[in-house]
Design a protein around this ligand. Structure first.
Ligand code: AMO
Length: 427
């Protein structure tokens, strides 16, 4: 019995046995069109009801035996003429409407019944693309000498600072859920020179917003021997460009199910934080309220401005103020109030943060003290600086944020399979 469309195709012109879920049914009276959901796609089957044969039902698990014939009007160019259907399992209850892609559901219902809604064409397409993106990032980074790492998610301290950290009781010790793999990826640079991780991270965001989750997938990489943070930006540009080309070649069906048009990455413009703020204030007649950070509306307007002026959906905003960057960020030699850091904005939203880090032990401990931190609390992280480290930098990208913007979704929760927010622990 065959579970993949790819393998099934090898039986074209002969008898075949396809296993899958009854995805959709069109009852034509004497016969039915069955769309069978297989591992890598949905195929069309035609089934003539004989006298006493049972009619198939939605979401039955079935094995269909029949002849596989060419049919150019069918999704994969072939059709299975069903002769026998073996039902392996019946759904206990009628399939909810939200399995059907034609039915538009609201976010709340979709999330509540994810076991059902994740079966529909659009959601499956979205998560296939998400998986393909992660796979393409992995392939690109591995091809550029990066070693994949698996850092702990139960940790002893906060890497990113701020109040958004989950506390845990850990056998009588204080522990936390990792906000990022920051300490570990930096620690591993002297050992491996280039490392990456694609894994969940945790943020105790107390407010529900359309762009924040309490658990998200972070695409992180860290690279040694950079000349400036621009090397990190250009690696990211290469990674995105590679991944979109990969999607164009391998995920055409999923992209078209979502009507998703991938951006051309091309050259990505750079602008300093200060210049971006000033230009947006001038162009859109706005007052600068917070000189140290970007408001969501400013991110939107910076993107709009660069789209209008250069045609790019992406823009690197660089040299963020020291005040808003974590203690591991390297300060600019010319102006220590600024950092060698950047954010990547895509279609009006920050999808990545990165920059050059401090590699010198004394510089790092001095900065910790300036920020009111006690170096002794970071002893294991500081071992990296102590035992020697090259100039290095890296970034973290929110995978769901990238998907949300790629698919023009209005809420990041659409792009997390089982999102965690302040009110949601299940499914
Ligand atoms: P930062 O905290 O800016 O940087 O996070 C990096 C990227 O992660 C995404 N992101 C989120 N996505 C969903 N829900 C959230 N609550 C959330 N918070 C952040 C965003 C953001 O750009 N260690 C640094 C990265 C680095 O410098 O290497 C860090 O974690 O897309």
């Amino acid at each position: 019995m065959t579970v993949t469309v790819q393998e099934l195709r090898t039986f074209l012109g002969g008898s075949a046995k396809a296993a899958g879920m009854v995805h959709d049914l069109k009852d034509m009276g004497k016969f039915a069109f069955i769309r069978l959901r297989m591992a890598d796609g949905v195929i069309q089957c035609v089934y003539n009801y004989g006298e006493e044969r049972v009619r198939p039902r939605h979401e039955q698990a079935v094995v269909i035996t029949g002849e596989l014939v060419e049919e150019p009007r069918s999704p994969h160019g072939f059709e299975l003429r069903a002769e026998e259907i073996t039902v392996l399992s019946e759904p206990a209850s009628e399939a909810p409407d939200l399995i059907k892609s034609r039915v538009k559901t609201g976010l709340e219902a979709d999330l509540k019944y994810r076991a059902a809604s994740l079966r529909n064409d659009r959601r499956r397409a979205a998560f296939r693309i998400q998986a393909a993106l992660a796979g393409a990032f992995r392939a690109y980074l591995a091809g550029n000498g990066f070693t994949e790492i698996f850092s702990p998610k139960i940790v002893a301290g906060s890497a990113e600072g701020g109040a958004n950290i989950f506390k845990l009781e850990y056998f009588g010790q204080k522990a936390f859920l990792a906000q990022s793999p920051q300490f570990y990826k930096q620690t591993l640079v002297p050992a491996f020179l280039r490392v990456f991780e694609i894994a969940p991270v945790f943020r105790a965001e107390k407010h529900d917003t359309p762009r924040h989750l309490n658990e998200y997938i972070s695409v992180d990489f860290e690279m040694g021997f950079i000349e400036s943070f621009r090397d990190v930006c250009e690696m990211e540009r290469g990674m995105l460009s590679y991944a979109f080309d990969y999607l164009r070649e391998n995920c055409a069906d999923s992209l078209s199910a979502l009507k998703c048009e991938l951006p051309e990455v091309g050259e990505i413009p750079y602008v300093t934080f200060r210049e971006a703020k000033e230009r947006v204030a001038e162009r859109f007649g706005r007052r600068i309220k917070d000189p140290h950070d970007l408001e969501p509306e400013e991110e939107r307007l910076i993107s709009q401005m660069f789209k209008e002026d250069t045609g790019s959906d992406f823009v690197f905003v660089t040299h963020y103020p020291d005040k808003k960057r974590p203690f591991y960020a390297k300060n600019c030699a010319e102006d220590p109030k600024l950092t060698e850091s950047f954010d990547l904005l895509y279609k009006g939203m920050e999808i990545t943060t990165g920059g050059q880090r401090i590699h010198d032990y004394d510089e790092q401990t001095a900065k910790m003290e300036r920020k009111g931190l006690v170096p002794a609390d970071f002893e294991s992280f500081l071992q990296m600086h102590k035992y020697g480290a090259p100039p290095h930098g890296g970034l973290g990208m929110g995978l769901e944020r990238l998907c949300m913007k790629l698919f023009d979704d209005d809420n990041i929760r659409w792009d997390s399979m089982f999102p965690r927010d302040t009110g949601r622990l299940a499914p």
